[in-house]
Design a protein around this ligand. Structure first.
Ligand SMILES: NC(=O)c1ccc[n+]([C@@H]2O[C@H](COP(=O)([O-])OP(=O)(O)OC[C@H]3O[C@@H](n4cnc5c(N)ncnc54)[C@H](O)[C@@H]3O)[C@@H](O)[C@H]2O)c1
Ligand SMILES: [Fe+2]
Length: 462
């Protein structure tokens, strides 16, 4: 009898090993307990509670009552502070008797200095919960303020991603944070990431830990109706690259080593069957609604769909990760010269989604060989006809599809359109190299020469 059981076990093991379905097809099933496998064999999906609906902001006061909040820090930026999303939020807080203070000093495309300003503000008061009302800049600032409020002795650098900072895991209990996004782009309302421009290295970096994730994301498409054209375009390209990068990221079974403790599994785990669902959905939405949402700001169907897609892509990136477009975008934004985009105020800056999409055509030509079928599928979901197309052409087909969208949205002609020259490329590569967390999620390992070539190819696009 015992030997019969052993034979069955053996058959079962062989079956699991040869099956390629998402449930069984990963060789991690063979890992010996207590050994540390060189590659990961598991992934997990973490997400904030998401509530979506037109006008649903009116519920936030009751959410805070339900949380037992006594003094809420409401964070926003000086522009959103004057707009209808903030009005709707404050009405709900007042109606439900919630005591709050507003911090409206968030810097658009925040820096370590602007983060510290917000941190000093919250530390000087007594809060039991946080509410972010704004785009990625506001939500990311609020996450950092919550973290350092709850660990007041920490040095700023302690939690910043290694190797730039010390990459300390968050072990303190954070206060509950609710996020109400007012742009359709970053998906920050569902992620454990907080991104800022680290001025001394002229590049972005961030803090990444699941503890930073808001407990509730209130997705109210009404807020998108005031978003100006260029903010809709650039934040739309942020969704676009989130979906494409998490879809094409290294499979989670290829990322290693497996963590010694599940709590240490990184936020960016690589592509996996669940985040692929979010990415595919987003690519289809972009095909149908991206252009419509830009050409007519009152197209509530298109703007609502883009708003939901941003959150969906956030779930994808928040677990699978993003790779080369984002890794290269950080120094592109950090080394800005005199570029002043329309609809973003008067200071020189390169909006996140613009910095990200600039290298996308060259990036996906570079990564296509890793999985031509997936690159072709992405192009198809974005509207390209791939009938009879060869796998060898996958990179060009996806790249041409991206360029078509960029052209339609009148995006500047490559990095040269943002003021960069060939001489600037070594500096941009230098800023990208420390972005280990992102670069290692790319499906193809890259050398410095590869990064230089991608940037050179991105100087002029059309
Ligand atoms: N944490 C994450 O997961 C994550 C992911 C991607 C990007 N980011 C970061 O997010 C930041 C970019 O955020 P963003 O693209 O959402 O834009 P943003 O927050 O920087 O805002 C852009 C502009 O739009 C304005 N605005 C916002 N909502 C508006 C509304 N409803 N009506 C009118 N104007 C409005 C703002 O005042 C600002 O001028 C970058 O710093 C980027 O690095 C974070
Ligand atoms: Fe992004």
């Amino acid at each position: 009898m015992a030997s019969r059981t052993r034979v069955f076990d053996l058959f079962r093991t062989i079956n699991i090993a040869s099956c390629q379905c998402p449930a069984h097809g990963y060789r991690g099933n063979f890992q010996v307990a207590n050994a540390v496998p060189s590659k990961d064999y598991a992934f997990e999906i973490k997400c904030s509670t998401v509530r979506y609906g037109l006008g649903v902001t009116r519920e936030v006061g009751l959410d805070l009552v339900n949380l037992g909040a006594k003094n809420v820090c409401v964070m926003t930026d000086p522009n959103v502070a004057k707009l209808s999303p903030m009005k709707a939020v404050l009405e709900s807080l007042v109606k439900n008797g919630i005591k709050y203070d507003v911090y409206d000093g968030v810097k658009v495309e925040p820096t370590d200095t602007s983060f510290k300003h917000a941190i000093d503000y919250v530390k000087s008061r007594d809060f039991d919960s946080f509410l972010a009302v704004g785009g990625g800049s506001v939500m990311d600032t609020c996450k950092a303020a919550n973290l350092y409020y709850c660990d007041p002795e920490a040095d700023f650098i302690d939690y910043v991603n290694a190797p730039i900072g010390k990459g300390k895991p968050v072990t303190v209990q954070l206060k509950p944070m609710i996020a109400i996004p007012t742009t359709s782009g970053t998906g920050s309302e569902t992620t454990g990431m907080s991104v800022f421009d680290f001025e001394e290295i002229k590049s972005k970096t961030g803090i990444a830990h699941s503890a930073l994730r808001p407990i509730l994301a209130i997705i109210d498409p009404l807020h998108t109706l005031t978003v100006p054209k260029n903010v809709a375009i650039y934040s739309g390209f942020d969704i676009f690259c989130h979906a494409l990068e998490s879809f094409t990221a290294i499979p989670y079974t290829e990322r290693g080593p497996a963590p010694t403790n599940p709590a240490l599994r990184p936020v960016y785990q690589g592509s996996n069957p669940i985040s692929d669902v979010w990415s595919r959905f987003c690519l289809q939405v972009l095909k149908k609604y991206f252009k419509r949402s830009v050409t007519n700001s009152k197209d509530i169907e298109a703007r609502s769909s883009m708003h939901l897609a941003a959150t969906m892509a956030g779930v994808g990136i928040g677990n699978a990760g993003v790779h080369l477009c984002h890794g290269l975008a950080y120094p592109i934004a950090g080394n800005v010269g005199t570029y002043v985009p329309e609809d973003y105020g008067t200071e020189p800056m390169i909006p996140h989604g613009l910095a990200v999409v600039m290298t996308a055509p060259a990036v996906f030509r570079f990564t296509a060989a890793s999985d031509p079928e997936k690159h072709l599928e992405a192009a198809n979901l974005l509207g390209a006809d791939i009938t009879g197309k060869k796998q060898a052409d996958a990179g060009k087909i996806l790249s041409d599809t991206i360029i078509k969208y960029m052209d339609e949205m009148k995006i500047d002609n490559g990095l040269s359109g943002l003021g960069y020259k060939a001489d600037d490329i070594p500096e941009l590569v230098k800023g990208a190299l420390p972005q280990h967390r992102l670069l290692k999620i790319a499906p193809v390992q890259q050398s410095e020469e590869d990064l230089s070539r991608i940037l050179e190819e991105s100087l002029t696009i059309y």
